[in-house]
Write a protein that binds this ligand. Sequence first.
Ligand code: SF4
Length: 297
Amino acid sequence: MPATKFICPDGQETPILKCLNRCPKKERCMFLPTLRAVVKSLDRGIEEPTVTELISGVRETYLKKTTDYAIDPQSALYALQGQAVHTLHEECTEGEILSEVRLKDALTSGKFDMYGKILDESDGTLGDLKVTSSYKIMKALGIHKVDVATGEVYKTGARKGQPKTRKEIRYGGVRHVMDWAIQLNYYRMLLEKAGFTVKRMVIQAICRDNSLRTASERGIEQTVYLIPIHKISDQWLERYFAKKAAMLKEALETKKMPPVCSNRERWGGRKCLDFCEARAECPFAKELRMMNLMKVG
Ligand code: SF4
């Protein structure tokens, strides 16, 4: 089931229907149509697990499908921005471009963003739009920071005598695009099964914070980046999705909590602490929060 409650700015939870009918607070935290748009974006009415759901941790998807979880409408606004960009593009794909078609196979279904002559006159480019942070784009482009000695040393304090360093940007490192690559490659496979030839795959990443100093400190100077995605073998994709679909199916049938999400799926724990929408229902996230509190205390 999609989220059923909103987390209000004071931290209290309000059932979504109650919020939409009449806000129990002094006044709404945002315009009613914005809240309605957030709600509309939550339920897409798709029965089978989608490609994006299967890329997430099985536990996360299970909890989001089975519990009455709550979301903060403020954080849902980023997703809304992304959807608005998709809608604008959808209205401009006339000609030899296919867009926003949902394709299915026995395991899952996925809606690709666009396919066709989208970058040049050669047919067969599969494109995906991402509206995302400069941090994610930096990682996807393989930009990273290294410590470079300044030639000076600390003269006082705990680090006295140690060399001083400054951060410098380096390009051409490992590109962290695994989830995007899995997603786009699955769409490629679905398109190929439907008889289309995919010659290349490209992500168009739109930076939502590119005017901020933090973005330029991360080496992100443009608003839009084209990020090529390499092919992943069909056999690997099929095994990966079949395993996760089977785990999810079993958990839903037995109502048994699936294993904790992998380190990659939970972003090394960052997702569990601040970003996963199912974190309030997840014992692992509760433990992690407790451990963090103990460290601080
Ligand atoms: S809180 Fe972490 S481990 Fe729990 S479902 Fe979310 S991502 Fe997975």
